[in-house]
Every structure is written in structure tokens, then in C-alpha cells.
Design a protein around this ligand. Sequence first.
Ligand SMILES: Cc1cc2nc3c(=O)[nH]c(=O)nc-3n(C[C@H](O)[C@H](O)[C@H](O)COP(=O)(O)OP(=O)(O)OC[C@H]3O[C@@H](n4cnc5c(N)ncnc54)[C@H](O)[C@@H]3O)c2cc1C
Length: 346
Amino acid sequence: MRYGEISIIIHDSGYAVPNMASLPHITVIGACATATHGSGIQNGNLATSISAIEFVNAAGELVTMSRQKDGELFNGAVVSLGGLGVVTKITLDLVPSFKMTQVVYRNLPMRALQDHFVEIMSKGYSVSLFTHWENQNINQVWVKSKVEEGVSTVIEPELFGAKLATQKLHPIEDQSPENTTDQLGEVGEWYERLPHFKMGFKPSAGAELQSEYFVAIEYAYEAMMAIESLHEKITPHLFVSEIRTIKADELWLSPQYKQTTVAFHFTWKQDEEVVMQLLPLIEEKLAPFKPRPHWGKLFTMAPEVIQAQYEKMEDFRQLLRQHDPEGKFRNEFMDKYIFSNEEKSA
Ligand SMILES: Cc1cc2nc3c(=O)[nH]c(=O)nc-3n(C[C@H](O)[C@H](O)[C@H](O)COP(=O)(O)OP(=O)(O)OC[C@H]3O[C@@H](n4cnc5c(N)ncnc54)[C@H](O)[C@@H]3O)c2cc1C
């Protein structure tokens, strides 16, 4: 079931999920299994909304686990990368349905983020920065705000030098804004504002490649400048980059495990050979900040480097071995990034 479908059902009953990714086209379980996220310093990734999970393990047994009943082990089962078995049911924490507005500011100088990163990223419930890494400029700042009943919404005309857009925009400026959720401060339901792209319309560029790296929020500006130093190499191959924040959590394989993070996302033009040469350069620049890559996007970091970033990696392996001792649900990706160093660390 996709977020775009489930949103309407739960909204009709007066509820909402706390956050969504940039698009509603993805499935709830596919998103949560990979720790997919939206933005917001106070918002966890989408998997943090799961309070119970039911799956069929490799022996064909139906297993149920919940936050309440299974505590720490449950934290290992939510972001599973599909390795535990086939998830057949999940329970999500819901919040009362809410309304939102969305506005976009244009041309924020990156230097404003040096002293005001948290302040700018807290300007709304969910804030995203879009850049091409040209001229140390953030091309667009998307601010999604909750509308509180009885409180009139104030839309500031400027944000640290960036100007309020007067026309609806696509993050990739030559693409049609018809595909994007409504902006210009128009009030709408949460599921029509939290994602950037509308269900039933093309999300992002369509034909593209993606990568994303997470670092602890305290390194936000330094890490951004480290990437910026590669701008001459990156920009020609990029549709756009997006910078977001995600709150810390306790999920073993979440890139936000015990750390509130800033996320640096790259929507690449579809030239895999070039992109695979650029990723090691970015990863090298980010190395001092101990980056964790998005599980569902492209990266070239060595398995042992990634595994070292996850202190619960061996516990996760044990959980997988318990439910799938012969590796029925393993694939090349799991073998390489989860199990490749098991003997050494076991
Ligand atoms: C245009 C675009 C925009 C994106 N925007 C964002 C974004 O804003 N934020 C972000 O974090 N990511 C984003 N992503 C990445 C995306 O969220 C992930 O790739 C996500 O995993 C996609 O979900 P899916 O429904 O396609 O799942 P799939 O790719 O089908 O599955 C993902 C994982 O879930 C597992 N899985 C699926 N179903 C089950 C099941 N029933 N039981 C057990 N395991 C299962 C699969 O084995 C796999 O490991 C974007 C991707 C695209 C293409």
C-alpha cells in the first residue's frame, strides 16, 4: 500500500501520519524498511512511526513484534532491508489530521547557514533546501508549516536575504510545477503539502539516479562546504541537490540511530558511469564527518566503513540469523553490506 493511498483513508477518519517523503508514490513498507525520511528537526524518519510489525519468517512462521512488547529487539526489526521475512502487517502511530501551508523562498546565500542552520531549518514543520552547488547559493527553500486553528498564518516576505517566490516552482526549475504540491501559502491537507510531488504526477526528474548521505547535525555547515568544494565536478551532472534534517531515533539500522542528522541528497542525471566516479569524491570529503549512506540510494563506501557506523550491526545480524538461518531472504546487497565482515566482528 502506497502513502498516497493510505493517506486519504486515514485522513477520512480524522488522522494523519506525522511526516512523508518527497513523493507519495512509494509503499509504506518499502519506505520504512529502508528508513526513508522527510524533513524536520523534530520529525523522525518514516520508520519511527511503526509501533508493531507482523512478518512471515524463513520457516513460514507468522511473527508479531511490537514496540511495547519487544522493546530493544523491535528496534532491530523495523528497518530490516527486507531481510527478516515478508512483512504482512504494520501498525502506525497516527496523529490528529492537520492542515498546512507551503511557501518557497529563492536564493538563500549558503553563508547564512553558517550561523543560522538550525534556525532556518526550524522555520517550519518541514524545511528543505535545494541547490545546484553554484555560486554558494541555495536556489530554493521550501517551508511547510502547520496551520494552527484560530492562529493566522504570517508569511514573511524574506528569509535571511532569500525572497518569497510569487510563482509555483519545481525543485528542478526547468520541470513543470504542475507536478508539485501547492505552494504560495495556500492552505491544504497534510498529505497535499508534506510531499513535494503530487500523486498521479511524475515525481522528481523521472529518469535519474539518486544518492544521499547523512551526517550529525552539528557538522551541517562544515559538511556542506566540503561538498561545495567539489561544485565544479558535481554541478554539470546534477538535476538538483536537497538538504534536509531528521530527528534521532533508536532503530538499529536507521542512519538516524542516536543522532539527529542533516541529509545531503543528490538527484543525478542518468549517467551511471560518471556518477559512480563522483560518489567516492563526495564520500572522501564527507569522511571526517562519519557519513551514513541512504540504504535505498547509490553509494560506493566500503562495507566495513558502513558497518563501523552502526553499533548494533552484530545484533541485527543475529536477529536475521534467528528468523532466517539459511539466508533465504538474503541477496547480494545484504551479503555485501551486512554480512561481509560477520566473522571478524562476531
Ligand atoms: C523520485 C524518488 C523520490 C524519493 N524521495 C525520497 C525521500 O524524500 N526520502 C527518502 O528517504 N527516500 C526517497 N526516495 C527513496 C525511496 O524512498 C526508497 O527507495 C524506498 O525504499 C522506495 O520504496 P518502494 O515502495 O519503492 O520500496 P521497494 O524499493 O520496493 O523496497 C524497498 C525495500 O523494502 C523491502 N520490502 C518491500 N516490501 C516488503 C515486504 N512486504 N516485507 C519485507 N520487506 C519489504 C524490499 O525488500 C527492499 O529492501 C525516493 C526515490 C525516488 C525514486
